[in-house]
Design a protein around this ligand. Structure first.
Ligand SMILES: [Zn+2]
Ligand SMILES: [Zn+2]
Length: 419
């Protein structure tokens, strides 16, 4: 009897406890199957930039990427003409085709105006994409607050979001695009002359822009133009006739939004000659890419890229015969946000360390200077040979890659012996 009472007591207590908790801790929590909102913010001078994800989609690398055939003026599909190069580069990035293509857009809050650069695909790419409006709301804004939309070009994945299902999404916005792109993509004669796979792009531009044209809120511009104080349109033709970069400057800080310069980062940074079937003029697109890679690596400008993995913010580093993408570090500011300017001592990423180190060792306060040099190299080393936390081991070289230790030691030893 006693025994039965004890069991009843335990059951009762357990029952009470269970009810008190409201859930059974050992039960499986449902998997969520989605990401948190695609919103990433930085501060650029007095501007606040919010990168908005429109979604990602499997990029048809094999069907779209092209490359010049050596000794000819023609191009062929990369995966047919040089499958080894494609496989090797993708393997180096630990990827297999199809790669996942991000579609990013950039919202600039100048403090006075809300300006959206590109709008994603809207309903034109299917359910993968068209999440810009959801993410805009998650970022704290309503579509009717957007004052201006500057389009980089009129391909579906950039213009489609201004009018999903052909209905105006931004009721108070003026939409601007280059005259060259408007003249091309809104012209039936060009559509008839274009290959069939491009017809959807013409239609996408037409139906997306229609409500804004009817409302008298579609405006074009030509050449390099300041569209708003601190936001400058720069012609970058090739991908499309009026393909445009936007250079955003505030209080001396700069962001270059370069749009469709890169579709597959793992392939086109190492080999800028890789183009796409969607380039209106592939040779010119390649030329534009080479030019902007070179300029961006020299100036160390912060780049905003529409099709580099979200949030598509980073820097371009020059290698011996190619380029590399250095994504910005993720950070979550607790109070005021400051842009993580260029990574420390990025010159080490461009030149072989040995050529730069003597200069660094010659700083006035040798001890402190050399500590700083080590710190800088350690951080650069983290980027060249990523291993988490290496840059913390500044004093000991622990975990340093041989590429970084050797040149540093050699350069500083020879420098000291000359003193
Ligand atoms: Zn495009
Ligand atoms: Zn695009």
């Amino acid at each position: 009897m006693k025994h039965a009472f004890a069991i009843a007591l335990v059951v009762a207590l357990f029952g009470v406890q269970s009810a008190g908790n409201g859930h059974d801790a050992s039960a499986a929590a449902p998997q969520q199957g989605t990401q948190a909102a695609g919103v990433y913010r930085i501060r650029l001078g007095s501007f606040e930039i919010t990168v908005l994800s429109d979604g990602t989609h499997p990029f048809p690398d094999a069907a779209i990427l092209t490359k010049p055939i050596p000794g000819t003026a023609t191009r062929a599909l990369l995966f047919r003409s040089d499958p080894n190069e494609a496989d090797t580069l993708l393997k180096e990035a630990d990827l297999t085709p199809p790669t996942e293509g991000s579609i990013n857009a950039f919202l600039i809050n100048t403090g006075h105006r809300l300006i959206l650069i590109d709008s994603g695909a809207g309903t034109l790419y299917g359910s993968c994409c068209g999440h810009l409006l959801t993410n805009l709301k998650a970022a704290g804004y309503r579509p009717d607050q957007i004052d201006e939309i500057f389009l980089t070009h009129l391909h579906e994945d950039h213009v489609g979001g201004i009018a999903p299902k052909g209905r105006m999404a931004f009721p108070n916005a003026v939409v601007r695009a280059s005259l060259a792109d408007a003249n091309y993509w809104l012209n039936a004669r060009h559509e008839r002359a274009a290959p069939a796979f491009l017809h959807a792009q013409f239609e996408g531009a037409r139906i997306s822009l229609r409500p804004y044209i009817q409302a008298g809120r579609f405006k074009t511009f030509s050449g390099a133009t300041e569209l708003y104080p601190g936001i400058r349109a720069l012609p970058a033709p090739g991908h499309t006739p009026g393909h445009t970069f936007y250079e955003v400057t505030s209080n001396g800080k700069k962001l270059l939004i370069w749009c469709d310069v890169v579709h597959v980062a793992a392939l086109q940074f190492p080999d800028p000659s890789i183009t796409t079937e969607y380039d209106t003029n592939p040779a010119q697109a390649e030329q534009t890419r080479r030019r902007v890679f070179e300029e961006a690596s020299r100036s160390e400008v912060l780049v905003g890229a529409m099709h580099v993995s979200f949030p598509g913010l980073g820097h371009v580093a020059k290698r011996a015969k190619s380029y590399a993408w250095i994504p910005v570090e993720y950070f979550r500011p607790s109070f005021a946000m400051n842009v993580r300017r260029r990574p420390p001592n990025r010159s080490l990423l461009r030149d072989p360390p040995a050529t730069r180190l003597p200069v660094l060792c010659e700083q006035r306060k040798p001890r402190r200077a050399q500590f700083q040099v080590r710190l800088n190299i350690a951080r650069s080393c983290d980027r060249l040979h990523p291993v988490a936390g290496r840059s913390r081991h500044v004093r000991s070289y622990e975990g340093w890659h041989a590429d970084c230790i050797g040149p540093f030691r050699k350069a500083c030893t020879s420098l000291r012996s000359r003193r």
